[in-house]
Design a protein around this ligand. Structure first.
Ligand code: NI
Length: 492
């Protein structure tokens, strides 16, 4: 609020520069008083936030990403009752960030148009679904490769999946134009080779159709399909791009040496530079394996609260960890002698592994919230297990054990999910709607209105406003004589 007020003030000021000096001073004085008033007003609303903002540079703790110069952004929004979940990379340079923003906006726009177009045919119970996520592959110094995935499901039928690979060059704040890497002389050979490989796949090769492949490559360059990793080159194709739906999303993998045969001489040198050394040094200290904390013996397979717990509540934070908000929340929990449970996304925890340890060392509970937040009931059994296992591996590397609790994204589950996840599913009894309101007072009010013994409270540490809300909620719960415990402790 103060920020936008200052921006407005700046705008007004430049106009006033044309006026005579006296008027200018008078208007400036009014603006100045207005700023002071706005400041005082703001200070009354959120004193802690103001104070911490004032000392931000000096004291705020920003945890470093394990991928140098790249962070991960998670956004949850509600658009006309449709829940949108997006994860995308954030860079420290303007051009790449703008490029990414354009991609994110463009995909969202296409989804909005698809929702509009399918409105008439959609059955009322089926909700459209939007999910944007990505894979990151660190390459040589300053180079990364990304594959952006967008899933758009308009009517609960087959989702539309869009794959978009990028190779970025941080030192030039630019995207590497992979099309330029290929030699025209050998391009036809590469096309033929990839088609052979696609058709050689035992399971799905018979669904590849030559005409569809030719048609697709008349409109797309193979450079657009290239995903470089430090040890291989993959050509990825979307569903329907090269065959029938049953062909899935086929991938052909080549070694760097194989790929080099189809590149220009310059590109071969460049390829060496891009993939030269692995940026991502393996984290050296891997915690020794140990047994996961034991769950209370009578914990049910699905929990929302525990009314037998007495004056205890479990605060839970989903979708993180976040490099700034999570440390700030840890400080607050410490101040109030509170324990909480953090249901982390594996994809995000992978960016900030130090936070996994930090949370656990402070006596809080780490839980699994899937790898990248899909609606689990829409996935087949194998993909449900992958969502759980891939995250568990990241947690195990830092904690020495696999967290015993799971919170399914959106609280969405069925019998099959219970079977496949094989951990107690933790839902909630108080939804603070922090992701929607972004308003600490509104969040506190929901807790006040719905508070009960043994409650499980849902919040999200990816939102800056939730930090202040946490302080208000902790203050209130303490004043009401509640003990703040982990989910497991709530069932002891
Ligand atoms: Ni979530």
């Amino acid at each position: 609020m103060l920020h936008s007020f200052i921006q407005k003030a700046k705008g007004v000021k430049s106009v006033n520069a044309k006026f005579k000096r006296g008027i200018f001073i008078a208007v400036s004085l009014l603006l100045f008083l207005g700023l002071i008033f706005a400041g005082i007003h703001h200070l009354n609303d959120y004193p802690i936030e103001q104070i911490s903002q004032g000392s931000k540079d000096a004291e705020s703790v920003q945890v470093q990403s394990r991928y140098p110069s790249v962070d991960i952004v998670t956004r949850t929004q509600d658009v006309d009752g449709i829940r949108i979940h997006e994860q995308f990379p954030e860079f420290q340079t303007p051009r790449l960030n703008q490029m990414m923003q354009n991609f994110v906006d463009h995909e969202r726009q296409k989804f909005a148009e698809g929702v509009e177009a399918s409105r008439a045919s959609r059955q009322s119970l089926m909700k459209p679904y939007y999910h944007l996520y990505f894979e990151i592959y660190p390459l040589g110094t300053g180079y990364y490769s990304f594959v952006m995935h967008t899933e758009k499901d308009y009517a609960g039928a087959n989702p539309e999946i869009h794959l978009q690979p990028y190779i970025v060059d941080l030192s030039n704040d630019s995207i590497v134009d992979a099309k330029q890497l290929f030699s025209e002389d050998y391009y036809a050979d590469l096309k033929a080779y990839l088609l052979d490989q696609l058709k050689a796949d035992e399971e799905r090769g018979s669904f590849i159709i030559d005409e569809i492949y030719e048609q697709y490559l008349a409109e797309h360059h193979l450079g657009e399909q290239l995903v470089l990793t430090h040890d291989k080159a993959e050509f990825v194709f979307e569903a329907y791009a090269v065959g029938a739906r049953a062909a899935g999303e086929p991938v052909v993998a080549l070694t760097h040496e194989q790929l080099a045969e189809y590149l220009t001489d310059d590109a071969v040198k460049k390829l060496g530079e891009i993939t030269e050394n692995k940026v991502l040094a393996e984290r050296e200290e891997t915690v020794t394996k140990r047994k996961a904390p034991e769950l209370p013996p009578n914990m049910p397979s699905v929990v929302t609260h525990n009314e037998q717990a007495g004056k205890k509540v479990a605060i839970t934070f989903d979708d993180g960890p976040h490099p700034e908000n999570t440390p700030a929340i840890l400080n607050l929990l410490d101040q109030y002698g509170a324990k909480a449970t953090f249901f982390m996304l594996g994809s995000t925890a992978d960016f900030y592994p130090d936070l996994i340890q930090k949370v656990a060392r402070a006596g809080h509970e780490v839980g699994n919230h899937s790898w990248n937040h899909p609606q689990l009931t829409l996935l087949d059994d194998q993909r449900i297990q992958e969502e759980v296992n891939r995250s568990d591996q990241v947690f195990e590397q830092e904690l020495g054990y696999r967290p015993p609790l799971m919170r399914p994204p959106y609280g969405d589950f069925d019998e099959r999910v219970i079977q496949q996840v094989h951990k107690p599913l933790v839902l909630w009894s108080i939804d603070t709607l922090d992701w929607q309101s972004h308003n600490p007072q509104a969040i506190l009010q929901i807790v006040k209105d719905q508070l009960h013994d043994g409650a499980i409270i849902l919040m999200h540490d990816i939102h800056a406003e939730t930090v202040e809300a946490t302080r208000l909620v902790l203050e209130y719960l303490s004043s009401q004589g509640y003990e703040m415990v982990t989910v497991s402790e709530l069932f002891e």
